[in-house]
Design a protein around this ligand. Structure first.
Ligand SMILES: C[S@@+](CC[C@H](N)C(=O)[O-])C[C@H]1O[C@@H](n2cnc3c(N)ncnc32)[C@H](O)[C@@H]1O
Length: 282
């Protein structure tokens, strides 16, 4: 089950009141959404988005008790402006959910064998296998360097283009094994960690979606409303920090990002790289 990250800090930061309307741009399993629905009870509304139809179904089930107060939409948060919404608070909790990594079939994990897929939205047409099997060595190296910040980007790109001459990449382990053969293991991190991160970002255009989502959120938020964003790597955090800083209508509430304490990291290792930034609309 997915444990909501920085839950107390999100609730405090969004300062929700009964009757308010909240947008949860990343419903996932509905963990944060349940807490926000409780905070806005008895009649506040929550409109939730998720690109993944499976997670829409999971969150609807987990949030059944809130009845009509929840609307769940299978779309990207980048499209929120097209639904005629106006919100007192917005949350984006970026990236993948535990369900994605735990389900081998989705292709997000280098630990379990599954198709090399990594799409959040199964209606999308590019998979991780498409990228790995068709991009040039230079483009792969740039991808791993830019989105994975991987110091071994060149070596890995070369190994991939050599290996695929023999056999196309089909599964997650095909790729994890080729990377592990050329990159020495450092500490606890699997050698393919950054390659998988880079591919996931590219397959789902995560940075482009974030830019569009921030622009949409800024418009959809009411005056005095708050927005909270949880990021899991520096590329995303930089975009959020810069966007808040340059916006003429948002005021940054968190001078420094809020990070989880030791207890949370021990209880939920996925939270270890989380950073929360909050802004308020003037
Ligand atoms: C970290 S999980 C959210 C977990 C949720 N806060 C909870 O407590 O259960 C992120 C979710 O966002 C979804 N997602 C990723 N990018 C998205 C986007 N651009 N628009 C909508 N959903 C997205 C993923 O499918 C995933 O379910």
């Amino acid at each position: 089950m997915h444990i909501p990250v920085l839950a107390r800090e999100v609730l405090q930061g969004l300062d929700l009141k009964p009757g308010e309307t909240v947008i949860d741009g990343t419903l996932g399993a509905g963990g944060h959404a349940a807490l926000m629905l409780e905070a806005t009870g008895p009649n506040g509304k929550l409109v939730g988005f998720d690109r993944d139809g499976r997670n829409i179904e999971i969150s609807k089930k987990n949030l059944e008790r809130f009845g009509e107060r929840l609307s769940a939409i299978n779309d990207s948060f980048a499209a929120m402006e097209t639904y005629g919404l106006s919100a007192d608070a917005i949350l984006l909790d970026l990236g993948f959910s535990s369900m994605h990594v735990d389900e081998a079939q989705r292709g997000f994990s280098f630990m379990y064998e599954g198709p090399l897929d990594m799409r959040y939205d199964l209606r999308g047409d590019i998979t991780a296998a498409d990228i790995v099997n068709s991009w040039s060595r230079d483009d792969l190296a740039t991808l791993f360097r830019r989105y994975g910040e991987d110091p071994n980007a060149q070596v890995i790109a070369k190994a991939i283009t050599e290996a695929r001459k023999e056999k196309r990449f089909v599964t997650t382990l095909d790729l994890a094994d080729v990377v592990a053969a050329v990159v020495p293991r450092r500490g606890k991190l699997h050698p393919a960690t950054f390659v998988f991160q880079a591919l996931r970002i590219a397959v789902n255009d995560e940075l482009g979606e974030l830019e569009k989502g921030l622009q949409a959120a800024e418009k959809v938020l009411k005056a005095g409303g708050r927005i909270a964003i949880i990021t899991f790597h520096s590329l995303e955090d930089r975009i959020v920090k810069q966007f808040f800083k340059e916006s003429s209508v948002l005021e940054t509430v968190t001078k420094k990002p809020i990070v989880p304490g030791q207890t949370e990291v021990l209880d939920n290792p996925r939270s270890r790289s989380a950073k929360l930034r909050i802004a308020k609309k003037k």
